[in-house]
Design a protein around this ligand. Structure first.
Ligand SMILES: *Cc1c(COP(=O)(O)O)cnc(C)c1O
Length: 354
């Protein structure tokens, strides 16, 4: 056999990994389903399941019982089709072009209609069952309640009539205001189901659940409201290996722009994790990696593919040893001032291939 033979070489094991705890993911869906009361519970699976990987997460959510799957883009649909029925998929951005409508009709995936123009585009090609987003105050996508009497909307075959809460993660009067607007709007157009709540909305109570809830972040271990802290488990675990150990002496600096300088001799480890993996610079100084309960403070700036940690507390670790990267989202968000959503969705593609 020569190297020209067409056999793909097997990739050697990586030096960092993202582990998705499928049991925790299923647990979180079930906990949110229980909190949703008599409403059925879907799953927001946009952005490759918030960075954790569609192929791992969607079958787990489907097997747990998720009824509907929400993506933002039409380009996200193909990755879902091997796992769920087309009618279970809703595309939140709706049809922006005739090609989007053609794709929806050919695949059986349902659009969320967000404007009169989108409704027109859908109806022109024959349309069929769709979902309809009403804007009740977030002012991103959706038809205005006052537009609901418009003929093209009245002629739609609306399965799920939806709206989206702007401030569900806070105690904000806007929640009640949006609820009232949504209830009133629901009387103005025929529909089969109503849906208002994201993860945080589910924690606002039964009034907000209607027929279908749409959790996202809490499925993946985010805790957008304290009420959810007791039932939501961490899903994403991050580990990275030490790829070199070195000894510094007083005056030696570490990393770009020499932001850390040793004031005495110290042993440090270079770890295979960087901002290209989603370990942002905001998580650098003050952040710690862990090894068997010991803390390893990050030194200096986070590089694209590496960070350097202080091994003072862990004289036993050496090249090839694995470190845990604390990734309980509420704590990581507080430590870095990066939102729980962003911490997940910036996770690098490189980590997911492990
Ligand atoms: C992303 C999204 C959700 C899920 O929101 P979380 O805050 O992640 O639970 C639900 N509905 C819509 C319309 C969304 O865009």
């Amino acid at each position: 056999m020569t190297s020209k033979d067409n056999i793909a070489p097997i990739a050697p094991p990586p030096t960092h990994r993202l582990k998705v705890d499928k049991d925790a993911l299923a647990n979180n869906w079930k906990a949110l389903d229980a909190l949703s009361g008599s409403a059925s519970t879907g799953a927001a699976v946009k952005a490759d399941c918030y960075g954790l990987g569609t192929d791992v997460c969607v079958p787990t959510l489907r097997n747990a019982g998720a009824a509907m799957f929400f993506v933002a883009h039409w380009s996200e649909v193909l990755a879902l089709l091997p796992h769920v029925e087309p009618v279970q998929i809703a595309v939140l951005h709706g049809p922006m072009t005739a090609a989007d409508v053609d794709f929806a009709l050919a695949s059986g995936v349902r659009p969320v209609i967000n404007s009169l123009q989108q409704a027109q585009r859908w109806a022109e090609k024959g349309g069929g069952p769709c979902h309809l987003m009403i804007d009740t105050g977030i002012n991103r996508l959706g038809v205005e309640p006052i537009e609901l009497s418009h003929g093209v909307l009245q002629s739609l075959d609306v399965d799920c009539l939806m709206s989206h809460l702007a401030c569900a993660d806070e105690d904000n009067p806007m929640n009640g205001e949006q609820l009232a607007i949504f209830r009133e709007a629901a009387n103005k157009i025929a529909h089969r189901r109503l849906s208002l709540s994201n993860s945080a909305g589910i924690a606002l109570g039964k009034d907000y659940a209607f027929d279908l809830t749409r959790p996202g972040i809490a499925l993946y271990g985010g805790v957008p409201r304290n009420e959810l802290a007791s039932c939501i488990r961490q899903v994403a675990y991050l580990e990275a290996a030490i790829i070199q150990v070195r000894n510094l002496t007083a005056g030696d600096s570490v990393g770009y722009n020499s932001e850390f300088t040793a004031d005495g001799s110290m042993r440090v480890g270079t770890v295979s994790l960087g901002y290209a993996d989603g370990f942002l610079r905001a998580r650098g100084p003050g952040f710690r990696l862990m090894h068997s309960g010991n803390e390893l403070p990050v030194l200096g700036k986070v590089s694209m593919d590496m960070i350097v940690v202080d091994l003072a507390q862990t004289p036993e670790v050496s090249e090839g040893d694995w470190l845990n990267v604390p990734f309980y989202l509420p704590d990581a968000a507080q430590q870095s001032s990066v939102s729980q959503y962003e911490l997940l969705t910036v996770l690098g593609k490189r980590l997911r291939n492990c």
